[in-house]
Design a protein around this ligand. Structure first.
Ligand code: NCD
Length: 315
């Protein structure tokens, strides 16, 4: 695998290969010495044109655990502010010795453009592009869900028949899109829930159900997991819902809704969370929340992604 650009173009075998490699990586992270020599002498650049906490430090930790050299590049404060193009920025990084470029960009499709451009020979890993995709987030979500369901026996298994609700600002969410493709490829049943204004047009072509009533969706789909999304106010330039209070009442995982979930249902959120808005602290901090597991598992999944793209997955 040369690049990791989206989950839409991963088939079941390719997805399971990444998840199983991440299991191998996770096993090495139980040891006292966590560092593997796998990418010694290689350089990974984190090229971030958008803010990030978890994704950036997770890719940095993953690259370092594999012994790669890591360069963190934030567009803010760089020559990008002087108008330097993506081509010139990427070629500059490669001239400095980058073998892999982990890119987050506000423009949907930027990582794919970079990978197809012929400007650079490096591997490209998409760390979130506009409202398009965030493949490593969906992979870490699937990894987390698989572990909660199958524990030690996760390797080789998909998510056949698992019921997942994805709730909230679907319109602006690359996390939702990447999860729709990956979870359904792995056999899960996905239901999207949100206010009509925050469900994308063209959703009819997606392999999912889409509804507006969260309480009915919880009752009807008996979810194994409820994935709450952050309301992405920075991508909104008009009123998508009347008020924060109405949003929470309709689509938030409030304490009372949390208590009404089936016993086995886990609560997921990619972070950053707006506590008290889309998710109550009671839900976010409960033992059934996987929020911090998702973060921890993200390192193993990104180790797998960097290993498979940069080392070609050979041995
Ligand atoms: C998400 C993102 O940036 O796409 N966060 C993340 O990477 N964990 C979701 C969000 O910003 O709401």
């Amino acid at each position: 695998m040369k690049h990791l650009l989206s989950t839409r173009d991963l088939d079941r075998d390719a997805a399971l290969r990444i998840l199983d490699t991440a299991e191998d990586m996770a096993a090495t992270q139980q040891r006292e010495v966590k560092k593997l020599p796998t990418l010694r002498g290689r350089t990974v650049v984190n090229l971030f044109f958008e803010d990030s906490t978890r994704t950036r430090i997770s890719f940095e930790a993953a690259a370092k655990r594999l012994s790669a050299d890591v360069i963190n590049f934030a567009a803010k404060g760089s020559s990008v502010s002087k108008g330097e193009s993506l081509q010139d920025t990427a070629q500059t990084l490669e001239a400095i010795g980058a073998d892999g470029i982990v890119i987050r960009h506000w423009a949907s499709g930027a990582p794919a453009v970079l990978a197809a451009s012929g400007w650079i020979a490096s591997s490209v890993v998409n760390a979130g592009d506009g409202t398009h995709e965030h493949p490593t987030q969906a992979l870490l979500d699937a990894f987390t869900l698989r572990r909660r369901l199958h524990g030690e026996a996760s390797r080789g298994r998909d998510l056949d028949g698992v019921s997942v609700l994805i709730v909230g600002d679907i319109l602006h969410s690359r996390v939702a899109r990447s999860n729709v493709w990956l979870l359904t490829t792995l056999g899960a049943r996905v239901t999207l829930v949100g206010p009509p204004t925050l469900l994308p047009h063209g959703i009819g072509g997606w392999p999912v159900a889409a509804v507006h009533d969260l309480d009915a969706a919880i009752a009807d789909t008996a979810p194994d997991a409820v994935m709450m999304l952050r309301v992405q106010r920075e991508r909104m330039n008009e009123a998508f819902f009347p008020s924060a209070r109405e949003y929470s009442a309709g689509w938030g995982l409030t304490s009372s809704r949390f208590r009404a979930l089936p016993e086995r249902a886990v609560v997921m959120h990619p972070g950053p969370m707006n506590r008290g808005f889309e998710i109550a602290s009671e839900a976010a901090d409960s033992p059934r929340s996987t929020v911090l597991e998702q973060v921890a598992n993200g390192v193993s999944v990104r180790m797998a992604a960097l290993y498979l793209t940069l080392a070609g997955g050979a041995e």
